[in-house]
Design a protein around this ligand. Structure first.
Ligand SMILES: [Cu+2]
Length: 526
């Protein structure tokens, strides 16, 4: 190249060709060097973020604090024989980390809410008073109930107002929960601390020899990860890299940091709830001891499933029974979950993270507990032969279902009451998602191309979907039809949900049609 240039004629006022060429080369080398430094810098920055992105508290806890047990909410009976529960949503100050006050929200307290307990057949009435500075809702997650009582984004409770839904409990014993659901703010409202358990009971489950003394051998385990700033306040920043939403560095169980639990009987039932906004847990014991999985989102399994790990994505629940030896200490731990991502994304989505959750301390003498029954409850699973319609729902990116963002004024699906449908849910994005349906419990007919694993064999209302996966659900819509009030289906990774990965369905009588948008708000000023 330089030879050719050297033979070209020189023009007056310009450097000779050879010098020009040298200059060009220098410029080029300089630019390349600069580029390289830039690329290395960016790579270094990415590597730094990557190295900072995994989180673990394993080995760093002292298990100093007794596990808080949310109080049981005592109902009063009204003249109509209904069990009336009073919830007051309120702001407050909590000491989540020792010595550091944190501004939080709760129900009947500064953080989280009481445990509600009801029995199949009960007529319940909930009085939800909103003393928060913002409008919110309370959704009864997993409950079979009329759409107007569901507490989705249409049932906004304005500040200083009370919402009073009522319904009859008509579903099997289960570990359900309640949490806010205002469209666009669900992640923040849940993160601030409004959530609680709603335990259902029935005679068949009540007759089983399972640990059932609340707070003694039947223990709520509400898992939440939090990020705190230097002053101990909740950090609301979103991670620019996380494909799933805000991930915390600290773990709270029932609002307790660094917790332990003392047990005085041989077996303990843990009701595990993932009440985090984005984090997926993979729960087991530090010594890998097997335990019995006895229940999932919507109730007990037909028979216990012996395992060493239970993965839980946001919103999911599991009931497990563990056996202890006198005097021992064992740690419930969350191991790195499998999110189905590439190693780079996995790191930013929490898939390399591990947490010590709770140290269980067995008393020196343990009262004997009966063995876990080999058969639990009879199931009447939904029948493929009854399917009247198949719907396909595709989760796209991090904010759309079937190409559309949530619109409170648009009904996406219309189903007929008392029919069974197949819902084929496909995760068409590179992000992990999960899928939650309001108002019903479903059966998983197939999961990732095969039959459902034992942990998905029972009633579910929320199911995890790794990128590229498809799950087929059998869903039946018994009892309640209302052409004006929609139920929701959505991703329960709350940032995705707030961003629009949600749709609406109405349940109608045969021949009815949906009666348009339903922006009605059900509240009375009090
Ligand atoms: Cu999602």
């Amino acid at each position: 190249m330089s030879t050719d240039l050297a033979t070209s004629p020189t023009r007056p006022g310009r450097p000779p060709a050879r010098r020009r060429c040298r200059l060009l080369r220098r410029l080029l080398v300089g630019a390349l060097a600069l580029g390289l430094v830039g690329v290395l810098g960016l790579a270094g920055l990415a590597a730094w973020f990557w190295s900072q992105a995994d989180t673990s508290n394993v080995g760093r806890l002292s298990f100093a604090n007794p596990l808080k047990i949310p109080p049981l909410l005592e109902p009063r009976l009204d003249g109509a024989g209904r069990k009336v529960f009073d919830l007051r949503l309120q702001p407050g100050t909590s000491e989540l980390l020792a010595g550091k006050p944190t501004q939080t929200w709760g129900a009947n307290g500064a953080y989280l809410g009481p445990t509600i307990h009801a029995t199949r057949g009960d007529q319940v009435a909930m009085h939800v008073r909103n003393d928060l500075p913002e409008a919110t809702t309370i959704h009864w997650h997993g409950m079979h109930l009329p759409a107007a009582a569901d507490g989705g984004p249409h049932q906004l409770i304005q500040p200083a107002s009370t919402w009073s839904p009522s319904w009859r409990i008509d579903q099997p014993a289960a570990t359900l929960w309640y949490h806010p659901h205002p469209h666009g703010s669900t992640e923040d409202h849940v993160y601030r601390g409004v959530a609680g358990l709603f335990l259902l009971d029935d005679p068949e489950a009540g007759a089983l020899a399972l640990p059932n003394r609340y707070g003694v051998d039947d223990i709520p385990v509400i898992l939440q990860d939090k990020r705190f700033d230097r002053n101990g306040e909740l950090d609301y920043r979103r991670s620019p890299f996380s494909p799933i939403g805000r991930l915390g560095h600290q773990l709270l169980v029932n609002g307790t940091h660094d917790p332990h639990l003392t047990i005085t009987s041989q077996r303990v039932r843990l009701r595990l709830l993932n009440a985090s906004t984005a984090r997926v847990y993979n729960l087991g014991f530090a010594d890998d001891r097997p335990f019995e999985l006895v229940g999932t989102d919507g109730g007990l399994l037909e028979r216990p499933h012996s395992t060493t790990r239970v993965p839980l994505s946001p919103g999911e629940r599991a009931e497990v029974v563990a056996t202890l030896r006198p005097g021992e200490r064992v740690v419930l731990r969350s191991f790195p979950p499998d999110l189905g991502l590439d190693p780079f994304q996995e790191r930013f989505a929490g898939a390399d993270d591990s947490f010590d959750v709770l140290q269980i301390r067995a008393a020196p003498k343990l009262a004997p507990s009966p063995p876990v029954p080999g058969r639990l409850v009879r199931h009447q699973p939904l029948d493929q032969a009854d399917v009247v319609r198949t719907r396909r729902l595709e989760l796209d990116g991090s904010s759309r279902i079937n190409g559309l963002r949530m619109d409170l004024g648009r009904i996406d699906q219309t189903v007929t009451v008392d029919t069974t449908e197949r819902w084929e849910v496909a995760n068409r994005s590179g992000n992990p998602h999960n899928f939650h349906v309001h108002g019903v419990q479903f059966n998983v007919a197939s999961y990732l191309g095969g039959p459902p694993p034992p942990r998905l064999a029972g009633w579910k209302d929320t199911v995890f979907l790794p990128p590229g996966s498809t799950v087929r659900l059998l869903v039946r819509f018994p009892g309640y039809a209302d052409p004006a009030q929609p139920y929701m289906f959505h991703c329960h990774l709350l940032q995705h949900e707030d961003n629009g990965m949600m749709g609406q369905f109405v349940v109608i009588q045969p021949g009815q049609s949906p009666t348009g948008s339903s922006h009605q708000q059900h509240h009375d000023r009090t």
